[in-house]
Design a protein around this ligand. Sequence first.
Ligand SMILES: Nc1ncnc2c1ncn2[C@@H]1O[C@H](COP(=O)(O)OP(=O)(O)OP(=O)(O)O)[C@@H](O)[C@H]1O
Length: 263
Amino acid sequence: MSLLTVQGLGKSFGGVKAVDGISFEVAPGELLALIGPNGAGKSTTFNMVNGQIKPNTGSITLGGRELTDLKPREIWRLGVGRTFQIAETFSSLTVVENVQMALISADGRLFSLWRKAAEHKRAEALALLNQVGMAAQADRPCSVLAYGDVKRVELAIAMANDPKLLLMDEPTAGMAPKERNELMALTKRLVVERGMAVLFTEHSMDVVFAYADRMIVLARGRLIAEGQPAEIRDHPKVQEVYFGSGKTFEKKTPGTPSLQEAA
Ligand SMILES: Nc1ncnc2c1ncn2[C@@H]1O[C@H](COP(=O)(O)OP(=O)(O)OP(=O)(O)O)[C@@H](O)[C@H]1O
């Protein structure tokens, strides 16, 4: 049974069909990668799922509930979280304060002045930081963290709303290979442990092939392929759209896919 169901989704900007009647599903506990060359319609799709852009056609349902007529805040409340290409944390606050703020926001309450900021939901925030391996750094300001650690804090912030579906916009952009793998392994663990679904875009094909359970491929707004990473790598239409972009899929050794940058 799917959690997110997208049917016939379309959006045009002037004469450009940014997204052209796409349909796909995401199941609970699934890590689904959305890939495609520049301008394929990935961001527009993301922005429609979280309500920032209204589609011209089609429907998006979460657990059977239609989302297309809801505001972004209402969609977030129903359990659709998002992380961004550049991590969004308050650098002047400590790690734990950032998560505390998110917990307060998820409660939908204004900060109560009669309680000290330092105590508000601290235990809950620390439990979330523990899940992402950041409890030991709870009282450090976010501004002094390594970028990979900021991304972990961002995940804890996203978890504060207990999302059923997390949209991750190029989660590993700007990260070194080791950090990339650590972040994706952590994401995979959260998906399995919480039964959460993740829909993510990613330009790094190594990450996609190593961690995605399934992939969907967009080109010029259309969904051109869908399947397991191994099926997608060998898919002729996918090879075709990536040909000319400077990227080709190649197998280094049998069963170890990688992306080669053409000279
Ligand atoms: N607000 C907008 N106004 C006009 N055209 C837009 C707008 N947003 C996107 N487009 C166009 O829609 C198409 C799809 O863009 P989109 O940003 O969704 O692609 P993308 O796959 O996310 O690309 P990238 O990988 O470069 O981020 C592109 O042709 C883009 O120029």
